[in-house]
Design a protein around this ligand. Structure first.
Ligand code: HEC
Length: 179
C-alpha cells in the first residue's frame, strides 16, 4: 500500500516535471517566434518607402495641362509677366517628363519632346516678350498642335488640346501683382 502510494506519487511528480518542461519549451519557442516577428516588422518599417513615379498621364494632368491653360489665361488678362513665368515652368515640366520617362513605346521621349515643342516654345516666348497678341495666338495654337502631334504619334490621338474656353475657374488673379 505504502509502496504503491510512493510509486503513484513519483509517477505524478514525473508527469508534473514533464508537463512543466513542456510548458517551458512552449513558452520559449513562442517568445522566440514573437521576437522574430517583431524584428521582421521593425525591419519592414525601416526599409525605404517605395518611390512614387508619376505616370505620363499624371504629369500631363498635374503640370503640363494646367500650365498650358494658365499661359492662355494670363495672356487674356494681359499679364505678360505671369505668362512668361508659366511658360518657363512648362518648359521645365517637359524636361522633367523626359527624365522621368526616357523611353515610351520604344521611342525616346526627351527627343520627341524636343522635336515637337522646341520651336513652338521659342515662338511663344518671343510673342510674350514682345507682348504681341496676334503672334501669341498663332504660337499658342502651334503649341497646342505640338501637344496633339505627340498624342497622335504615341497612339493617344483621342486627347485633343486647343484654346481653353469658358469661364476661368482659377483662383489665380492675373494682372494685379504689385498693385
Ligand atoms: C512628347 C509627347 C507629348 C507631348 C509633347 C504632350 N503630351 Fe500629353 N500625353 C502624352 C502621352 C503619351 C499621353 C498619354 C499617357 C497615358 O495615358 O499613358 C498624354 C496624355 C495627355 C493628357 C490626358 C491625361 C489623362 O490622363 O487624362 C492631357 C490632358 C495631355 N496629355 C495634355 C497635354 C498638353 C496640354 C500638351 C502640350 C502643352 C501635351 N499633352 C503634350 C504625350 C505628350
Amino acid at each position: 500500500m505504502e509502496l504503491g502510494s510512493v510509486s503513484t506519487a513519483s509517477k505524478s511528480s514525473l508527469a508534473l516535471g514533464l508537463l512543466s518542461a513542456f510548458i517551458v519549451i512552449l513558452l520559449t519557442t513562442t517568445f522566440v517566434r514573437l521576437s522574430g516577428a517583431h524584428a521582421g516588422a521593425l525591419g519592414a518599417s525601416s526599409a525605404p518607402p517605395e518611390t512614387y513615379l508619376p505616370s505620363i498621364s499624371d504629369i500631363m494632368i498635374g503640370t503640363i495641362q494646367p500650365r498650358h491653360e494658365r499661359i492662355w489665361q494670363a495672356e487674356q488678362a494681359r499679364d505678360w509677366d505671369f505668362a512668361a513665368y508659366e511658360l518657363g515652368n512648362l518648359g521645365g515640366a517637359f524636361r522633367r517628363l523626359g527624365r522621368a520617362h526616357p523611353i515610351e513605346q520604344n521611342t525616346s521621349l526627351p527627343d520627341m519632346i524636343e522635336s515637337v515643342t522646341k520651336q513652338q516654345l521659342e515662338d511663344l516666348k518671343s510673342a510674350i516678350d514682345r507682348k504681341d497678341d496676334a503672334e501669341f495666338g498663332k504660337a499658342y495654337d502651334a503649341l497646342s498642335e505640338a501637344c496633339n502631334s505627340c498624342h497622335q504619334a504615341l497612339n493617344h490621338g483621342t486627347i485633343v488640346i486647343g484654346r481653353p474656353t469658358g469661364a476661368t475657374q482659377s483662383d489665380l488673379i492675373f494682372g494685379k501683382a504689385g498693385r
